[in-house]
Structure formats: C-alpha cells, structure tokens
Design a protein around this ligand. Structure first.
Ligand SMILES: Cc1ncc(COP(=O)(O)O)c(C=O)c1O
Length: 503
C-alpha cells in the first residue's frame, strides 16, 4: 500500500485521510487486507502508536474492520467506487466536524501526544518512564494531613493561586534549592506540570505564533502549544541540551522557547552553563519568553545541583514550572508555576477560569509535609531508593547488553536512555515488541521526536521497578535484542565510561 501524506496537521490525521482517500478512490477495495500497524509504521517512519490511532479512527468511522488474529481489512460493507462514496453510517456528520476549529486542534494534538505517553498494559516488569510510588511513611503522613484538613473544614473555594501556606513553602524551597527568587504572590499551584504548560500556552501562544521546542522533546508540551494554535519550531538537542547555535537566526518573531534544561526530556542531557547564558541572551534579544520545565529537578544523583534558568533570569523572561509528580507521585496532580512579576496576576485569572483552583484538601497535607521537614526526609529516602535502582540498571545494561547500548541521561530523575547505535528504527521497534512479548515494557525514544533521529534508543524508567527485578528485566531485554539481531552473544562493555559516552 502506497500512502501519500499531505503533511497537514498531526501525522495520525494525515494517515487517516490518506487511507480514506485510497478507499474512496478505489485503490483499496472493500475486503482488502491493510498492512499491520507495525509494518505501516516502519514504512512511514513513524511510531506504531500513531498508526494505531489512525486505524482506530478509521474503524470508528466504518472504513476498517479488525478480524482477530487475521489482521485489519477494508470494510466489506463499503460501496465500491462509483457507488455512494461514504459508508452509510458515516453519512451522519462526523464528530470531528461538529467541533470548533480550536476544539478539533485540541482533540487531535492531545490524542496523538497521549498515545505517546501511554505505557503498555499488563507488563510483568515495566520500564515505563515517569511513573513512581511513594513509600508507606509518606502515605501515613498524607493520610494524617488529609484527615486534619477535613477536621479543619477546608471545604470552601480558596484563592485560585493556591493555598497561601503551600505557596510560601514552594517559594522558600525554590529560593533555597534552585536559587529562584520569586515571592509567594508569583506562585500559582496547578494540577500538575501539565496544567501549568497548558495555562502558559493559552496565555502566551496565539494562532500562528512560533514556539521553539527541543528535538526530541516532551510531546505533551508540544501538543499544548499546537492546540493553542502555535507553530512548532523543533531545535535539536545534543549532549549539552538544546543546541543554542541552532536557534533560528531569521528575524521572524518567536513567542516562546520551551526547555527542560536540568534533565532534558527525553535524552537526560544537562544544559551547559554556556548554553544557559546564551539561551537567556538570545531570548532577551528576541523578546521571547522561556518556559523552563523542571519536572524532576529534585532527584539529582551526579554532580552538584544545577542552577535553574529562572535563577539567572535578569530580564524577567523565564516562567518556571515544577511538579510533585516525580518527587512524590503523579496521581497527586499538584505542580506549580513561578511567574515573572508581569505575568503573575494574569496567570491567577487563567487558573481561576480553568478550574477555580486546585483541590485545597490535597494542598493542605503537602503544605504540612513541607513545613514539618517531612518532605525533605521523603526526598532523601527517595533519592536513596532511586539512586540504587539507577546503579542496578546501569550495571545490568553493561552486563547483559554491553557495547550494544550507550547509556546517557542517568544523572537525575527516574529514567535514563540506552542509545542503540547499531540498530535502525525498525529494529528498535522490533526489540520493543519482542521485549513486550516477554512481559517487559520498554519504549522507543523515536515517538518523542518530530523528525527522524540520527541515533535510535530506548527510554528506561525505574520509578516502579525494584532493584531485584531490574536484572531480570534487562536480561529479558537482551534476549529480545538477540532475537532481533540474530546474534547469540552480546559483547560486554569494557568500562562504564565506554558505555556512557553519548553517541
Ligand atoms: C518533561 C515533563 N514535563 C512534565 C511532565 C508532567 O508532569 P505532571 O504529572 O506534573 O503533569 C512530565 C511527566 O512525565 C514530563 O516528563
């Protein structure tokens, strides 16, 4: 099947349209088998999730039908070309056509990004990045804090900016740990970093505004900017983070630059000091805002804590965004924005309109944790937990996969990257699939990029995998490698340094 994509909008929508046209033009007759999702993804150079989403949409609209084990087929009930051009049940207005232009953008970009961030269900050992769980000690404290909030009758609407005590704690912590001097009035508590990114998109990005994102980068941030009407300008990332020299030099305006300088998502690179200065100078010159996403800055294992961009922001251009999702756990849905002064009041208004403020009942126990010093103790315990998982993972990768992988980005957070310089994109997909068949969830880095990457790799999260399961999981991953590459033995790497130099 030859598909010509029109290059307009999200890739899954392009694939959907291309298959629809092929069916309507008679190139794909009713009853024809269409390629498997993996095969088509390989042919189009995109992730399998994107093809899955297109197939789902086509099935929903009656163009495709799945027959278990046999594959996916063009619906045999469709009229032949020349007869009515659309299936009878697709004659009613499609859902998408009843959405506003903005709504359609919102729905399509969000659906595409959401797929990328989903793990695979039912894995025995899941290296999905981003997930984590607290220990019992934190759970006990939270229960007590929650009960106290109920006793205190914290039932009314609160300041949409968030609990004043929590904002004061966050401001103090940002000053002490990240060098960011912003007052509690500049802090807005959000429903996770995701809402923070979305609020910034809605406040700052309009139709046609250009937004710089890291390549590869965080798909959910990209989707927020695109949903707001922004035009994405991907700028490559290397071992020192965003390549500032590759920023556009033309004089078209740039509205926003989105960066994850402390632990680049997904590569894990740390932006060098020289680049930080250069980025801030570039943004000030161009009148662009910088949105700094410090999603896992509290968990740093190697080197000294890295100064936040917002701490060096002389021009009041940097919006800082943090989250409790990695330092505690994602279902808490609490994050925060530290706005420059000029934006703080509008930020609070936007938050009010969105949801009138995040749950006071959840903010209260977190404030108590921070004020009592328990939050710091929790971070220290989690630091020990994740540091030992991270070294077990690095060790296991060296032992079982040796020079097949180049480890990078393991200095912070809850995931690292195993670059696979000897595998092409199709082989990485095959390794991912072979590992998943063994019940081991590993994920390709490719879907996080807008364009094809020069080197392929796997993202390995350790937020939910205990030390004793890590070796078993990577042993299984090595078996998947052998299955795909046809090798019987993989060469061990000689030194840790060898295996860490970024491809
Ligand atoms: C780079 C990045 N930013 C933001 C988030 C979202 O965090 P939250 O759960 O606070 O919305 C994630 C989650 O994995 C992330 O990887």
């Amino acid at each position: 099947m030859v598909l010509e994509l029109d290059g307009d909008g999200p890739r899954y929508a392009q694939i959907t349209r291309a298959i629809m046209s092929s069916i309507e033009d008679g190139l794909l007759a009713p009853g024809t088998r269409v390629p498997g999702t993996r095969e088509l993804a390989r042919a189009l150079g995109c992730s399998r999730n994107i093809v899955l989403l297109a197939y789902e949409q086509l099935a929903l609209e009656g163009y495709l039908v799945g027959r278990s084990k046999k594959g996916t087929f063009v619906s045999p009930d469709l009229p032949r070309p020349g007869q009515a051009r659309r299936p009878a049940h697709a004659a009613a207005p499609r859902l998408a056509s009843s959405l506003s232009r903005r709504g359609r953008r919102l729905a399509t970009f969000a659906a595409e990004a959401r797929l990328i961030t989903l793990g695979v269900r039912g894995m025995r050992i899941d290296f999905m990045y981003g997930n984590c769980e607290p220990d019992e000690q934190l759970a006990v404290r939270l229960r007590a804090g929650f009960a106290k909030a109920l006793r205190l009758h914290a039932f009314g609407y609160i300041d949409p900016a968030g609990d004043a005590g929590l904002r004061a704690q966050v401001a103090e912590r940002l000053r002490g740990a990240r060098g960011i001097v912003r007052s509690p009035e500049q802090i807005v508590i959000t429903s996770g970093a995701q809402q923070a990114l979305d609020l910034c998109s809605r406040l700052l990005v309009g139709e046609g505004d250009r937004v710089i994102v890291e390549e590869p980068g965080y798909a959910a941030a990209r989707a927020s900017f695109e949903a707001a009407g922004g035009v994405i300008v991907p700028v490559r990332v290397d071992r020192d983070g965003l390549d500032v020299a590759a920023l556009p030099q033309d004089n078209r305006s740039i509205r926003l630059v989105y960066v994850t300088p402390s632990h680049q998502f997904p590569t894990g690179a740390v932006m060098s000091a020289a680049r930080r200065h250069a980025l801030l100078a570039w943004a000030a010159r161009r009148g662009a805002c910088v949105l700094e996403d410090d999603y896992d800055g509290e968990l740093r294992y190697a080197g000294r804590p890295i100064k936040a961009l917002a701490a060096q922001d002389g021009a009041d251009h940097v919006i800082y965004c943090g989250t409790f999702s990695k330092s505690m756990f994602p279902s808490l849905r609490l994050g925060y924005l530290a706005f420059p002064e000029w934006l703080a009041r509008d930020g609070v208004s936007a938050k009010w309109l969105t949801d009138r403020g995040s749950s006071a009942l959840m903010q209260f126990p977190v404030r108590e944790l921070m004020a009592s010093g328990e939050y710091d103790r929790h971070i220290r315990r989690m630091h020990r937990r994740y540091a030992s998982r991270r070294s077990a993972l690095v060790q296991a990768l060296r032992t079982y996969l040796g020079s097949e992988v180049v480890i990078a980005g393991d200095g912070a957070g809850l995931h690292l990257v195993a670059w696979t310089p000897r595998l092409d994109a199709a082989q990485v997909d095959a390794v991912v699939a072979a590992a998943q068949r063994r019940g081991i969830g590993v994920y390709s880095i490719t879907p996080h990029a807008v364009h094809a990457l020069p080197v392929q790799g796997l993202m390995l999260g350790y937020g939910l995998v205990d030390v004793d399961r890590i070796h078993e999981g990577i042993d299984g991953l090595a078996a998947a490698f052998r299955e795909v590459t046809g090798t019987t033995r993989l060469r061990p790497s000689r030194t840790r340094e060898n295996s860490r130099a970024r491809a």
